[in-house]
Ligand binder design. Structure first.
Ligand code: SIN
Length: 534
């Protein structure tokens, strides 16, 4: 493959959502007054697009008078089904308070009444602690403020339409750069040399047929970490959001959990609030319990499930959830009056590239933060509205650690060798479309799994991966590869975990087992050595 350009900068942050922006800000602010590094922030689409932008419900932080970080910690640990790492969770809730206050100092406008912040309730929270902005546009407000802050720091340069294909590694085993497809079509392939990288590529929902995530959430960071054979953790734990819009022809638009927090009910075709048969907390049980109960109800009755929004009333619903109300109206549904058809859909990956508390991965010089990373904070099931907080807290930590770990160490300008596969010519012909992996994932790796189903998934994925072209400087081909490699990990980890816990439910071993109260950590090569998928 022919490289067109070389570039040298100090640091690269891949992703312009909450974690990436906060990491870039931390890097630039750490350097201030010493020297001005060149920090590139890469976004694969426009700078306005990231998973963060679509976050509705809010950001959890123990800031209300009735709350404490202790209560927030307890709720986080309990939702995590025994696998949420207590030290990571402590960092999240303690530092989260400061990170949110800082966001307010930088200009974030969270909803208030009479000048005081208002907090909503969501599933598995024992207190009202979820801040929101513009009613249901919290992610958009957070990105606006972080982008404004980052753009005020001269060290940071933004590049839109920059799709990262792979990492490059120096002779002494450090992450030394990236291979990036830059610019709109036709893109140039650029080898970027740098002293360190923060991966903050966000979500992976598009590996499944039904997801709340936007089309670009294709597991890109996980795919390139797969090809670098990094250690992954907890890859069997993928969260399904209980309430995605379920109207023929409509996208699976997220209907925020805050709707239930404010009083909406989940009902079956007979109008029964059936969730109480599964958990005394009903609509406000943890997400894994609610989503699975809904899935089973739909499966067993063959009829749809709805979110009855009438308890909210039309005028409150319109004012409190303007964006959701607008989308519902497009499909002839009135929020605050109607029963809205809903279905669980893939939402958030608890698992990811294994990191320590500072975002350090298994490859020196490579850091990861936000949804692509896993330090165990969310365990087997993330507490609602802890994800934006995770991006802020651990994004800031990753940026700071990258600065501190590399400060004063000169960067050698020699470019690392390209991965061996880049030496060969690209394939003459490309497939016309990806294999049907999203359907396979939905069927065998979704809310209810079995050993046989996972084995079937692994067999198909192994075959598809064996023949899928790589490397190809074409974004959709690489996105499909990223998604399939990620799914292979998901299925492999899920196959090995012979119990049910949190978001991972195995019909053939439905109980939680004490001996499985542990994380699974594997490099892709280790899974392959175990014979997974072969
Ligand atoms: C929601 O608003 O329900 C999504 C927020 C989250 O995933 O925590």
């Amino acid at each position: 493959m022919r490289l067109i350009e070389l570039a040298i900068v100090d640091y690269v942050v891949v992703g312009a959502g909450v974690a990436g922006l906060r990491a870039a800000i931390a890097l630039a602010m750490s350097a201030r007054g010493r020297w001005r590094p060149r920090i590139w922030v890469l976004a694969k689409d426009s700078l306005a697009e990231s998973n963060t932008r679509y976050a509705q419900g809010g950001i959890a932080a123990a800031l209300s008078d009735e709350d404490t970080v202790y209560f927030h910690l307890q709720d986080t640990l309990q939702a995590g089904a025994g696998l949420s790492d207590p030290e990571m969770a402590r960092i999240l809730v303690e530092e989260g308070v400061r990170r949110v206050e800082e966001l307010i100092e930088w200009g974030a406008v969270f909803d208030r009444t009479g000048g005081r912040l208002v907090f909503t309730l969501e599933g598995a929270h024992s207190r009202r602690r979820v801040l929101h902005a513009g009613g249901d546009a919290t992610g958009q407000e957070i990105v606006r403020v972080l982008m404004q802050k980052a753009q005020s720091l001269p060290a940071i340069e933004f590049h839109a339409d920059a799709f990262t294909m792979d990492l490059t590694v120096t002779d002494d085993g450090r992450c030394g750069g990236l291979l990036v497809l830059m610019g709109p079509s036709p893109p140039r392939l650029v080898h970027v040399r740098c002293r360190g990288v923060v991966l903050a590529t966000g979500g992976s929902g598009r590996i499944f047929r039904y997801t709340t995530n936007p089309p670009f959430a294709t597991a890109d960071g996980l795919g390139l970490a797969f090809r670098a054979d990094l250690p992954f953790q907890d890859m069997e734990f993928f969260q399904f959001h209980p309430t995605a819009l379920n109207v023929p022809g409509a996208p699976h638009f997220l209907l925020t959990e805050a709707l239930r927090g404010e009083g909406a009910w989940v009902v079956n075709a007979a109008g029964e609030r059936f969730l109480f048969r599964h958990d005394p907390r009903g609509e406000l049980a943890p997400r894994d319990i609610v989503a699975r109960a809904m899935f089973l109800e739909i499966q067993q009755t063959g009829t749809p499930v709805c979110l009855d929004t009438s308890p909210l009333g039309e005028s409150f619903a319109r004012e409190r959830f303007p964006r959701v109300a607008q989308v519902c109206a497009q499909f002839g549904l009135t929020l605050g009056r109607d029963r809205i058809p809903v279905v669980p859909a893939a939402h958030y990956y608890m698992g990811g590239i294994r990191t320590d508390a500072w975002g350090r991965t298994g490859l020196p010089g490579l850091y990861a933060a936000g949804e692509v990373a896993c330090n165990g904070v969310h365990g087997a099931n993330r507490l609602a509205s802890n994800s934006l907080l995770d991006g802020l807290v651990f994004g800031a930590r990753a940026g700071q650690a990258l600065w501190e770990d590399t400060e004063g160490i000169p960067m050698r300008t020699k470019f690392p060798a390209l991965p061996a596969s880049y030496q060969k010519p690209p394939p003459a012909e490309l497939p016309s479309e990806p294999p049907p992996f999203p359907d396979l994932a939905w069927k065998h790796c979704g809310l209810v799994r079995t050993e046989t189903g996972l084995k079937t998934a692994l067999e198909h994925l192994s075959e598809w991966l064996r023949t899928w072209p790589y490397p190809v400087p074409v974004r959709w081909v690489m996105e499909a590869l990223n998604a399939m490699q990620t799914l292979y990990l998901l299925a492999g980890f899920a196959y090995l975990r012979q119990e049910s816990r949190g978001a991972h439910y195995r019909e053939d071993c439905p109980a939680e087992r004490p001996e499985w109260r542990r994380h699974q950590v594997f490099r892709p090569s280790e899974l392959a050595r175990l014979g997974i998928g072969s």
